[in-house]
Ligand binder design. Structure first.
Ligand code: DGT
Ligand code: CA
Ligand code: CA
Ligand code: ZN
Length: 579
């Protein structure tokens, strides 16, 4: 296993930290830090190297090489253990605060017995810090700011916030002279529902102009780390961004590495090792000779490992390696496959735009059909009545087919629908004869989230059994980071959907992304169909579809699994539910 480079790099970095914390030689600490980076990025597995081979790694001298050998042979290093014993874990926790150096961390620990970030915040509140030598009101302010930064950076952000920022940065850096390629990687490229930090990759012969442009971006508030190949910044919204610049011929290997996920990369590296190869962010190398084999494109890297190119949303080690080896990867649904949107609102209820504007925007997106699904009367604040709904239906019929749709023959087909409320017993707003007048019904849970698991499950299953309910809207009702999903037996619900011909929604709003990827994977095994919907309440929300599609891709869905990619006739037949 070629995990040794990472392990050794982490050990050397820790040693460097320990040296500074204990007030050791700053120069020595920097030497170890540099060595850590070199080892982490070295193409050959350090476990296979002797003392001489180790010393050929840049920044690794004799004494460092000896420590590395000691670690590889015995699993520990005496010098590191010695320093470890001197340092309480608490001090190391304190140095995670960006504005608190190791020396000051040691002082507050020794003088005040403070050993956690919370204790430090409390000590500042009690004004216990300002009496220490070298500390003053200014220091307190700085540390408090650092604690705030630390706490806010612990949180993950919504994918749309990260996406907007990343696209802006990629645009700005692509315009820099000498930039040959630029893209975002990491969890954003994999379309995870939330993003820890943004990883930007660029290819250029000379990294300096890119690094300079990057740190000069207007929303960069702090440069956390700066080097020749990697720079990290914090932005005004508290989001961190890493920029890595690689030589153009290493683009493919670097993109593959920094797209991750870590779990996926571990698998690809294992495959490389079995073939006597070594895979790193610098390329795919012959493990024996160290000769570079490929690194220019991701396709080449995967191909040399015996794999087809794997779409980033699949790269989570959830079976994509096995499927790839058998050449059985799914042909994932894409945004271009969508023919319509089946859950949208207008200003008749809580939407912002009138029907006409929403329909016009939908036609401009090139949709073939578009459903208006305003809220039903049981959501009392929406003040819906039979009359209002029927008046809207007339207007929908008038406008049907009148909006020329971009890139398609014929006008936009408008479907008149509604978003029903699934009541506590699984009942919905209107009797069957009224429901029969709609082209489609979405039904969602909007109340009584805390019923028992049995009640919630029965509620959803009953909704599926309603012959007029076509789509279960935002099935778990979760709000990312704010409200957990309801506690229902989802497998029972998925089975009911498959049995009754009811689709499950993948709500594309970045607050929801409901169903989520893992539930989609499970639902798919039951043979359920899905509808990827924007749930738009305003024109700009129509564009959230990309996040719904990203989530569908993470759930391995093909176009055939998604009813709103189907031609209108096939869709209408599905909506009849065998009636
Ligand atoms: P995030 O930022 O928490 O939303 O998730 P990621 O996946 O963007 O993770 P991040 O930013 O820590 O690293 C970006 C990619 O770099 C990650 O997906 C895979 C690669 N990577 C980072 N650290 C390691 C590592 O220790 N080993 C391996 N094999 N890959 C790593
Ligand atoms: Ca990341
Ligand atoms: Ca990162
Ligand atoms: Zn809705």
């Amino acid at each position: 296993m070629a995990r040794s480079n990472d392990e050794v790099a982490a050990l050397l970095q820790e040693y460097a930290d320990l040296i500074s914390i204990t007030g050791g030689d700053a120069f020595k600490a920097r030497v170890y830090e540099k060595a850590a980076r070199s080892v982490g990025g070295h193409h050959a597995d350090v476990a296979t190297l002797d003392l001489k081979g180790l010393q050929e790694i840049p920044n690794v001298g004799k004494s460092i090489a000896q420590k590395v050998r000691e670690y590889l042979d015995s699993g520990s290093v005496a010098a590191v253990e010695e320093l470890r014993a001197k340092i309480p874990d608490g001090v190391r926790r304190l140095t995670a605060i960006p504005t608190l150096g190791p020396k000051k961390a040691m002082v507050v620990y020794e003088e005040l017995g403070v050993s956690s970030v919370d204790e430090l915040a409390a000590a500042i509140r009690d004004e216990r810090l300002r009496d220490l030598k070298g500390f003053g009101p200014r220091t307190e302010e700085n540390i408090l700011h650092g604690i705030e930064l630390l706490r806010s950076s612990g949180g993950r952000v919504r994918i749309d916030a990260a996406m907007e920022l990343a696209e802006d940065i990629v645009g700005a850096l692509s315009a820099v002279t000498g930039c040959e390629r630029c893209a975002y990687a990491g969890s954003l490229r994999r379309m995870r529902e939330t993003i820890g930090d943004i990883d930007i990759l660029a290819a250029a012969q000379d990294s300096a102009p890119l690094m300079k442009a990057f740190t000069g971006l207007p929303y960069v508030t702090e440069v956390i780390g700066q080097g020749g190949t990697k720079t990290s910044v914090r932005t005004a919204k508290g989001l961190n961004v890493d920029l890595r610049v690689v030589p153009p011929d290493a683009w493919g290997a670097a993109l593959q590495y920094f797209t991750g996920s870590k779990a996926h990369n571990i698998r690809t590296r294992e495959i490389a090792v079995h073939q006597k190869l070594k895979l790193s962010e610098y390329g795919l190398f012959d493990a024996g000779s160290g000769e570079k084999i490929v690194s220019g494109t991701e396709e080449e890297v995967y191909a040399r490992l015996g794999l087809p190119w794997i779409p980033p949303p699949l790269r989570e080690d959830r079976g994509e390696i096995e499927a790839g080896l058998r050449d059985e990867l799914p042909e994932l649904v894409t945004e271009a496959d969508l023919r319509g949107d089946l859950h949208t609102h207008t200003d008749l209820t809580d939407g912002l735009a009138p029907l006409e504007e929403m329909a016009e925007a939908a036609a401009a997106r090139g949709y073939a059909y578009y459903a208006i699904t305003d809220h039903a009367p049981d959501l009392a604040m929406q003040r819906m009545t039979d009359e209002r709904m029927l008046a809207q239906r007339e207007r929908v019929h008038e406008l049907d087919g009148t909006y020329p749709t971009k890139g398609r023959r014929g006008g936009l087909r408008l479907l008149h629908g509604t978003e029903l409320n699934i009541g506590p017993e699984g009942e919905v707003d209107w009797p069957d004869d009224f429901l029969a007048g709609f082209d489609l019904c979405v039904a969602s849970v909007h109340s009584h989230f805390r019923q028992s698991r049995e009640q919630l499950t029965r509620r959803l299953v009953r909704a599926c059994e309603n012959p007029y309910v076509n789509v279960i809207g935002h099935p778990t009702t979760r709000l990312i980071g704010r409200r957990p999903g309801i506690d229902a037996d989802l497998d029972a619900v998925f089975a009911a959907c498959a049995r009754t011909g009811t689709a499950l929604e993948i709500n594309a709003h970045p607050d929801r992304l409901d169903l989520r990827d893992e539930d989609i994977l499970r639902a798919r095994r039951h043979g359920v169909r899905f509808a990827v919907n924007s749930d738009a309440h305003a024109v700009p929300h129509l564009a959230n579809m990309r996040y719904g599609i990203g989530t569908a891709q993470r759930g391995w869905l093909t176009a055939d699994d998604v009813i709103n990619t189907w031609p209108e006739r096939r869709l209408r037949s599905f909506l009849r539910k065998g009636r």
